[in-house]
Design a protein around this ligand. Sequence first.
Ligand SMILES: Cc1cc2nc3c(=O)[nH]c(=O)nc-3n(C[C@H](O)[C@H](O)[C@H](O)COP(=O)(O)OP(=O)(O)OC[C@H]3O[C@@H](n4cnc5c(N)ncnc54)[C@H](O)[C@@H]3O)c2cc1C
Length: 288
Amino acid sequence: MIPGSFAYHRPSSVKEAVGLLGSLGDDARAIAGGHSLIPMMKLRLASPSHLVDLVGVADLKGIREDGKDILIGAMTTQHEVIASDLLTKKIPILSETATLIADPQVRYVGTIGGNVANGDPGNDMPAVMMCLNATYHAVGKSGERRIAAREFYQGAYFTALEPGEIVTAIRIPTPAAGHGYAYEKLKRKVGDYATAAAAVVLTASGGKVTSCSIGLTNVAETPLWAEEASKILTGSALDAATVKKAVAAAEAITSPASDSRGPAAYRTKMAGVMLTRALGRAKARAGF
Ligand SMILES: Cc1cc2nc3c(=O)[nH]c(=O)nc-3n(C[C@H](O)[C@H](O)[C@H](O)COP(=O)(O)OP(=O)(O)OC[C@H]3O[C@@H](n4cnc5c(N)ncnc54)[C@H](O)[C@@H]3O)c2cc1C
């Protein structure tokens, strides 16, 4: 339970952080809140020789509007997401989700950038970011690029980030005012990772769904964007028969592991149950 030894670096700019990661090579890891990385190091599942701490990089903090988008700095903590008036007003699914992550102690330190960059299918924010069609700003030795959340996750702990690249911010298109949303998470106890979870964001007009997007957490090696299920629901009144068809389409793309959270078939069914509940709450919030 004691991590291996490592050298600690504390850059004060993105340029310095990326420079360090580039020059130190494969043995170096960025550290943000440390609430995923340190446990991995204690278990010796990760043994970096160098830790590049992003906590001193002021440019990675903050939440602001940028035209039709909202930009969240990677080092923004889960607690700051919950406390943000802007996010609570414009993208309330983020505070709803953050509240379901771990416990207050973890949320005070754990960052949104660490949550999305970690690549653990159990993290809650990635599926929500796919649902919201977010884009990650990444900076490495070749400069800045933007990666769609829907293309970022390639396997368990395997993402589109190049070695030495860091996520600097998350860009989210602001959903339409009055949209419906919900994040439903089944967990064994308070503070646990999801057995299965579902994120829904939708808009409606005249009693019909005009747009719908669905993300699923911890029911495959990566978070999932349930595109087919979203398509089935668009144009519908979210009647029981259409919801059932969409839920079946969402369940069909899952491939969870059988583990201490339950057998695979159970977790697939729970993804469907979470989605049904999330759709019901999103519908009520959209006012139809
Ligand atoms: C008891 C407990 C319960 C938890 N329960 C949940 C839960 O229910 N749901 C959930 O989603 N999470 C949960 N977590 C994880 C928690 O949310 C983590 O804080 C989060 O996943 C990672 O954020 P971090 O800032 O701590 O990242 P770190 O642990 O510092 O880093 C995680 C990984 O991401 C990389 N990284 C970090 N920041 C960046 C960046 N900006 N750019 C590129 N790479 C980066 C690191 O190199 C490392 O590989 C739990 C943690 C604990 C300890």
